[in-house]
Design a protein around this ligand. Sequence first.
Ligand code: FPP
Ligand code: MG
Length: 324
Amino acid sequence: MDIKAIQDDIRSEWLQFEELMKEALWSKSDLLNSINTYLLDNKGKQVRPLLSLLAARALGNPGRLTIACSVVSEMIHTATLLHDDVADEATQRRGVDTVQYKYNPAASVLTGDYWLAKSLTLIVSERNMEVMGFFTKAVEELSEGELFQMQKASSLDTTEEDYYRIIAQKTSSLFIAAIKSSVFTMGASPEVLSKMEQYAYHLGLAFQIRDDIFDYTPQLNTGKPTGGDVKEKKLTLPLIAALKAAGEEERELMLDAIRFAGYEDDKLAEQAFALVEKYNGNAVAQSALEYQCNMAQECLMSLPDSIYRDHLVELTRYMGSREK
Ligand code: FPP
Ligand code: MG
């Protein structure tokens, strides 16, 4: 999958996206500018703005408001990761030290606040209430999803239904805001808007399930350590599936191990890897995510045929098989 080549097909919009994001982040604080430079030097795949701009391009020529939507989606995403890495005490992301580890947790939270605030400032400056509403709804859901996940980590009784609710809120919500806002600003019909919202919903689920499989796949080099989810008592689909397939005794043993383990307990991760392997938890999760990719791909047919739609299809397939 050549993401760079896809970016090249929307070169003009992509350059505007990069330019506007840099402009929006400028600060008078040296510390903040140094953290921002570190974040921009170690940026991720930037899939949200890419999806947002491709969907817009499939409907015409995006203007400043649409570009702003793509910038806001990436800025909110970065803000959530800066907060999430503190919540998870993560040391590595994208193959480099996290800001909370390299600088300190407070700097990470405050930089996240800054990115969030600046993204909202940008969207407010565009004076479009609907678009503002799409993003504020996402921010609400992101926070609620994280807190529900925390609640479930404490009660240790995450069902499959809970899991889908968590990932819809913590991941699909921002995919929806990114794509729905850009399509909306291109004047899409209510039918197309609704289909593209469904597209983003399914794609977000697929993206997060793949991420959760990574955590049980130490042989992949994703730039993030594995085994963290179970240590944080987060029950994700590979383990939920394995626990469902296991017998009562095996299930209780695993749950007790999670309940009573210390955070640094590597034995716990090994025990969870073994259970997931024994009951094919990763394969069950993989087939669930392929279902979501297929659902997403169907929704894309609401867009007119173009190379941009083809790229969206490619990216949808890529979500199902990506290795980082
Ligand atoms: C990564 O999940 C985290 C998210 C997708 C959402 C994080 C949201 C918040 C911290 C709350 C809202 C914050 C703001 C600024 C609105 P993960 O931990 O499963 O994935 P990872 O392996 O990439 O860390
Ligand atoms: Mg995390």
